[in-house]
Design a protein around this ligand. Sequence first.
Ligand SMILES: Nc1nc2c(ncn2[C@@H]2O[C@H](COP(=O)(O)OP(=O)(O)OP(=O)(O)O)[C@@H](O)[C@H]2O)c(=O)[nH]1
Length: 229
Amino acid sequence: MSNYDKVKIVVVGDSGVGKTSAVYLICNNQPLTSTAWTVGASLEVKLHEYKEGTPQQKSYFVDLWDIGGSSSHENTRPVFYNGVNGIILVHDLNNRKSEVNLHRWIMEILNRDSGKGNQSSDEDFDPEQFAGSSHIPIFVIGTKADTGDGVRQRSALSRATSIADECGADEIFINCLDIKAFAPGSTSAVKLSRFFDRVIERRFHPDHSHSYYDRRKLWPQAPRIFSDE
Ligand SMILES: Nc1nc2c(ncn2[C@@H]2O[C@H](COP(=O)(O)OP(=O)(O)OP(=O)(O)O)[C@@H](O)[C@H]2O)c(=O)[nH]1
């Protein structure tokens, strides 16, 4: 197998929101027809072309760690958060609570070393501090855009209430069962590719990534909390 450099991205969100379905679609370019609860975590790998079409183009492996959302596994999950280079937050567009709960998922990743796990409350979450202290790129996926009226309701919400906006992250709404959800050139595919580029840039070319963080007015003095730096 080719020896490409790789980055690690964890995919988190409540049980049943569609993490496994989204990861499968991203890595296999086809929808998953039958799913089961993810126990622990499962790993899918995508070969990504960094800065495709430019002289800097290079292939990298993107490891997508699909973390089981069941609360019964929360004590064992922190082991999967070591050396994380990026985070994909997944919520069900027809289940507003699943978006609110993403605060807890972020706190679980932040607290992985403290033993607090998922016991943090929504009130503990300070997106500015989170983004500033970790500098970890985040991407948000809203699933089940094909069902209910979740997309309409979600679009009507003020931007201030969106987790993506709180974290300075890009966001897409998709139907994970649609083979065209990440069709080449589509908005979703372009945003996802840009996110992978950011994760790779920050891990392997940190000198080039300042403009991204400057734009988001992050907190430069904050301690670095993730270990692989
Ligand atoms: N209609 C529709 N169904 C979806 C979509 N995404 C996921 N599903 C369905 O939702 C159910 C749960 O999907 P999973 O991908 O297993 O959810 P998960 O987040 O990985 O769940 P856990 O493994 O328990 O953490 C499955 O029946 C999927 O087929 C979507 O965009 N549209």
